[in-house]
Write a protein that binds this ligand. Structure first.
Ligand code: GL7
Length: 816
C-alpha cells in the first residue's frame, strides 16, 4: 500500500463483506459464478467510495470553497472497478483477496459491462476531466443523464453494422451507483406563462402542464491516492405519480401506467450522434431536464451552505460542455427572476459571471439550433427570456457597430433566414464569462472563422485550453508493464505529474532500455493478437507494424483515405512482383451513427476489403486488416498499448482536437497525421523527427478550394490511386456482386470529395512508405517510440484542468 493510501485495508473484513454481498445476490461462495463475484467485489468496494463521497460532500472546507459544476450530456466513463482500485491504492491487495477466493483479478474485471454513456471524444473528455479534478482535489460535481441504454452495441452481419440496445446496468444494477432520493428535483415542460399582478406591478411566471421527477444517481469519482470522492450525478426521468390507481380500478391498465412510461422514455437512450445535430424534440427535452435538475441542485447546495444568492459566482461556476446544456442559462435566469424575484440586471450579472462554455467543433452540421416554435411550445418562459437576452444584446451590437445590419444578423441569437431558429452557440457566447476551444489551432479557428465578430465585441473572452487525457487510466491502468518499466527508471510519482516522463528521454538511445521498451510493446501486441484470435479467428503476426485507426466513423476523419491506402498496398502486392513491404496489420474500430448512411457504407467496405485480403493466399502475413467490432473504452484499453502507428488523418481544420492521438503517443505509438487539432501540438512536443506529418494544412485546404478542386484530375493523374478506386467498382472485394462498394467511390468522385481524400492521397502514401522503412530499423523505431512516451506529458488532463482553474474557473484545491 502506498504511504498516501488513506484507508487501512482490513483483508478479513473485506472478505467477509464480499461474502455478505454474495448472500444479498442469493448466492454462496459455492454457488456463485464469476459475475456474482464481480458484483460482490464492486458492491463491497462501493461501500467505501460512497462513504467518502458523502464525507466529501459534507466537508465544510469544500462548502466554503468555490466549485466547478461540469454539465455534460455525455460522460463516457468506461469500467470503474479497475480504475477505482488504482485510485484507492488497493489493486494489489484486492488481487490477493480474489485469488484467495480462487479467481484472477483481471478475469473478474472483465465481467464489468462498460457504462457507455457517451459517443466519443467529447464524452470521454468529460470523464478524464472528472478524474483530474478529483486527483488534484479541485472541488467539482459532474452533472449528466442516467441513460437506461448507453450507446448501441455494434456487431457485423455480412460486413454491415447492426445495432443492439446496451442495457449497461443489467438486471442487478450497476454496483458503483447510489440513488439519492433525498436530492430529487421536479422538472416542468410545456404549459403557459401566467401574468401575475402583485402590489401594483406585474410579473411573469411559468405554469408547466407536465412535471417529471429527476432522480439522481451518484457515481463515485475517486481521487488518485486520496479520500476525495466527487459525485458524478446522473439524472433519471421518473413519473411523479407512477401509477394511476383510478385508471387501474376502471380497468384501463395502459393509462394506469402511462405517466411512468412517458417519464421513463425521457432518459431511455443516449442519442447516438457524434458531431451531428439531429434536432429531435425528445433530445431538447433531455437537455432541459438535465439543465433544470442540475441548476436546481447547484442552487440548493449554494443556499444550503448559507451563501447569499448574489454570491453565486464566487462559489459556483458552471462549465457547459458544448452547447448541449445551453438551456441552463435561461433556466438560471428564470429561477432568479421568477422564483427569487431579482431584477433583470441583478439576475444577468449573476448568471453571466457563472457560466463558461467549451466549443468542441466547427462542423456546421454539429452547431445546434432549435426551432423557435418548438422551443416556445416546450419552454414558453425560457423563450421569452431568450428574446429579452437577445434584445438587450442587439442594443450592445448596435452601439458598437451603428447601422451595421449584417453584424446584427450574424450575431443575433435568432436566425431569421427561413424558419426562425435559436442559435445555441450564440446564446452561450453572450451568456458566458469565458469561451474556450480545445486545442491551439482549433481555438484560433474559433476566433478567426466561427466567431470573429464575437471576438471583436468581447476581446479576450475566447481562449484556448488544450485537451488532455488521464494518465491513470490511459497509462498506469491500461499498460501495467510499461508503467512498471517507467517507474523503475524515474520513480512512481509520474501518474500525478506526467511532465516527469521527460526524464525517460535520456534512455531513448540506451540499448537495454530500448530492448525492454520494445519487449513491453511486443507483449501488448500479443495480448491484442490473442484477443483477435479468440474473438475474430484471425491469426496475426506480432512482428508486423500495428497500424491503428480507432474513433467514430466520420467522413471528416477519413477512414476511407486509410482504406484507399490499404487497397493500394494490396494492389501492389498482387501486381508488382518486386514489391517488398514491411508486414502490417491495419486495425479499424469505429461505430457509425445509425442514421449516417455513408459512414455505414465505409464500414461495410472496410469489412469487405478485409475479408478479401485476409483470405488471399498471395498476401500471406504481409498484410492483414482487422475491424474490431463494438469499439468502447475497455476495447481501447487493449488496442492503444499495442499500437505502433496512430492514424490521425482528418482533413485539416476539421478535428477540433482529438484525444486518441494523445493516448497512443503516450503509449509509444508514432503518429501519422495532418496538421489538425492537437496533432499540431503533439508535433511541437515530440519534434518533427518523431511524427509523420502529411497532407494539406488549413491554408493549403483553403487555397485549393479557392483555386477549384477536381478530384477526377487526381484520379486520372495517379495510376495507383485510380487502380485502388476502380477496385471499389468491380467485384474484387464483393465476388459476384460488383457495385456494392460504389457509395464509397461516389463519395470521393461524384460527390466531389468534400474532405479532399484524393488531394492528400499521394503524400499520405509517401508518409506511410517512410514508416515502412523506418520500422525496419528497430533501433531507430525504438528511439522514436520512447521519445513519444517521454515527451507528451503536456497532454495530461491534470494540466488541462490546471489551465481551466487558473485562466477560467479560479478555484483553489481543498486537500482532505
Ligand atoms: C469533439 C471533437 O470532434 C474532438 O476533436 C475533440 O477531441 C472532442 C473533445 O474536445 O470533441 N467534438 C464533438 O462534437 N465531438 C468530439 O468528440 C463529438
Amino acid at each position: 500500500m502506498t504511504p498516501k493510501q488513506q484507508h487501512a485495508f482490513d483483508k478479513s473484513a473485506f472478505k467477509a463483506s464480499m461474502t455478505q454481498h454474495l448472500t444479498q445476490l442469493g448466492r454462496t461462495p459455492e454457488t456463485a459464478e464469476m459475475r456474482d463475484w464481480y458484483l460482490a467485489l464492486g458492491r463491497a468496494l462501493a461501500e467505501h467510495t460512497t462513504s467518502d463521497l458523502v464525507a466529501t460532500e459534507n466537508d465544510l472546507a469544500i462548502k466554503q470553497a468555490k466549485s466547478v459544476n461540469y454539465l455534460s450530456l455525455e460522460f463516457l466513463i468506461g469500467r470503474l472497478t479497475g480504475n477505482n482500485l488504482i485510485s484507492m491504492g488497493l489493486y494489489d491487495e484486492i488481487a490477493a483477496v480474489v485469488s484467495e477466493f480462487g479467481f484472477g483479478l483481471t478475469d473478474l474485471l472483465e465481467q464489468e459491462r462498460d457504462p457507455s454513456l457517451g459517443n466519443g471524444g467529447l464524452g470521454r473528455l468529460a470523464a478524464c476531466f472528472m478524474d483530474s479534478l478529483a486527483a488534484q482535489q479541485y472541488p467539482a460535481v459532474g452533472y449528466g443523464l442516467h441513460y437506461e441504454y448507453g450507446l448501441f452495441r455494434q456487431s457485423f452481419k455480412d460486413g454491415a453494422q447492426q445495432e443492439a440496445p446496451d442495457a449497461w446496468r443489467e438486471p442487478e444494477g450497476y454496483p458503483w451507483e447510489v440513488v439519492r432520493p433525498d436530492l430529487a428535483q421536479t422538472v416542468g415542460f410545456y404549459g403557459h406563462v401566467a401574468v401575475i399582478e402583485e402590489n401594483g406591478h406585474t410579473r411573469r411566471e411559468w405554469v408547466p402542464s407536465l412535471h417529471i421527477q429527476a432522480m439522481p444517481w451518484d457515481l463515485p469519482i475517486v481521487g488518485y491516492q486520496s479520500n476525495t470522492v466527487y459525485p458524478l450525478r446522473l439524472w433519471e426521468g421518473r413519473a411523479l405519480t407512477p401509477f394511476a390507481l383510478d385508471a387501474f380500478n376502471d380497468g384501463d391498465y395502459t393509462r394506469a401506467q402511462q405517466a411512468a412510461i412517458d417519464a421513463g422514455n425521457l432518459t431511455k437512450v443516449l442519442y447516438p450522434n457524434d458531431n451531428h445535430d439531429a434536432g429531435k424534440t425528445l433530445r431538447l427535452m433531455q437537455q432541459y431536464f438535465h439543465s433544470a435538475a442540475s441548476v436546481g441542485d447547484i442552487l440548493r447546495r449554494h443556499l444550503d451552505a448559507g451563501h447569499p444568492l448574489a454570491a453565486l459566482p464566487d462559489y459556483e461556476t458552471i462549465q457547459l460542455n458544448d452547447t448541449h446544456p445551453t438551456i441552463a442559462i435561461p433556466e438560471l435566469m428564470r429561477v432568479l427572476l421568477d422564483e427569487h424575484h431579482l431584477s433583470w440586471d441583478d439576475a444577468w450579472s449573476i448568471s453571466s459571471q457563472t457560466f463558461a462554455y467549451t466549443n468542441h467543433t466547427l462542423l456546421p452540421e454539429a452547431l445546434e439550433t432549435w426551432s423557435e416554435s418548438l422551443m416556445a411550445n416546450l419552454l414558453p418562459r425560457h423563450m421569452e427570456i431568450i428574446f429579452e437576452i437577445n434584445h438587450r444584446f442587439l442594443q450592445d451590437v448596435a452601439a458598437k457597430w451603428p447601422g451595421d445590419v449584417r453584424k446584427q444578423q450574424v450575431l443575433s441569437v435568432i436566425d431569421d433566414q427561413g424558419e426562425r431558429m435559436v442559435r445555441m452557440a450564440n446564446l452561450c457566447v453572450i451568456g458566458s464569462y469565458a469561451v474556450n476551444g480545445v486545442a491551439a489551432l482549433h481555438s484560433e479557428l474559433v476566433k478567426r472563422d466561427l466567431f470573429p465578430e464575437f471576438d471583436a465585441l468581447y476581446p479576450g473572452r475566447i481562449q484556448n485550453v488544450t485537451n488532455g487525457i488521464t494518465p491513470r487510466r490511459w497509462l498506469k491502468f491500461c499498460n501495467p508493464d510499461l508503467s512498471a518499466l517507467i517507474s523503475e527508471k524515474i520513480g512512481d510519482q509520474w501518474p500525478a505529474h506526467l511532465e516527469q516522463l521527460e526524464q525517460i528521454a535520456q534512455y531513448a538511445d540506451d540499448k537495454a532500455f530500448q530492448k525492454a521498451f520494445m519487449a513491453v510493446k511486443k507483449r501488448n501486441k500479443q495480448r491484442l493478437a490473442d484477443w483477435v484470435k479468440t474473438h475474430l479467428d484471425i491469426t496475426l503476426n506480432t512482428d508486423a507494424i500495428f497500424d491503428v485507426q480507432i474513433k467514430r466513423l466520420h467522413e471528416y476523419k477519413r477512414q476511407h483515405l486509410n482504406l484507399l491506402h490499404v487497397i493500394s498496398l494490396y494492389h501492389r502486392l498482387i501486381h508488382e512482383p518486386n514489391f517488398d513491404m514491411t508486414p502490417r496489420v491495419v486495425f479499424f474500430a469505429a461505430k457509425a451513427a445509425p442514421g449516417y448512411a455513408l459512414a455505414k457504407s465505409i464500414i461495410f467496405a472496410i469489412n469487405k476489403v478485409a475479408e478479401t485480403i485476409n483470405n488471399d493466399p498471395r498476401v500471406g502475413d504481409k498484410l492483414k486488416v482487422v475491424f474490431i467490432p463494438d469499439y468502447r473504452v475497455s476495447m481501447a484499453e487493449i488496442i492503444i498499448p499495442a499500437a505502433d502507428v496512430s492514424e490521425q488523418i482528418s482533413m485539416a481544420g476539421k478535428e477540433a482536437s482529438g484525444t486518441g492521438n494523445m493516448k497512443m503517443a503516450l503509449n509509444g505509438a508514432l503518429t501519422i497525421g495532418t496538421m489538425d487539432g492537437a496533432n499540431v501540438e503533439i508535433r511541437e512536443e515530440v519534434g518533427d523527427d518523431n511524427i509523420y506529418i502529411f497532407g494539406l494544412d488549413v491554408e493549403g485546404v483553403n487555397a485549393l478550394r479557392e483555386k477549384g478542386y477536381h478530384p477526377d484530375h487526381e484520379y486520372h493523374q495517379q495510376p495507383l490511386l485510380k487502380a485502388s478506386l476502380d477496385s471499389l467498382l468491380d467485384d474484387t472485394f464483393t465476388p459476384g456482386h460488383p457495385g456494392l462498394l460504389r457509395p464509397v467511390f461516389d463519395s470521393v468522385m461524384a460527390s466531389g470529395d468534400p474532405y479532399l481524400c484524393l488531394a492528400d492521397f499521394a503524400d499520405y502514401v509517401r508518409a506511410h512508405n517512410q514508416i515502412d522503412s523506418d520500422y525496419r530499423d528497430s533501433t531507430l523505431w525504438a528511439h522514436k517510440a520512447i521519445l513519444n512516451t517521454a515527451l507528451v506529458g503536456k497532454f495530461s488532463s491534470d494540466r488541462s484542468i490546471r489551465d481551466y482553474v487558473t485562466n477560467i474557473w479560479q478555484l483553489k484545491a481543498v486537500k482532505r
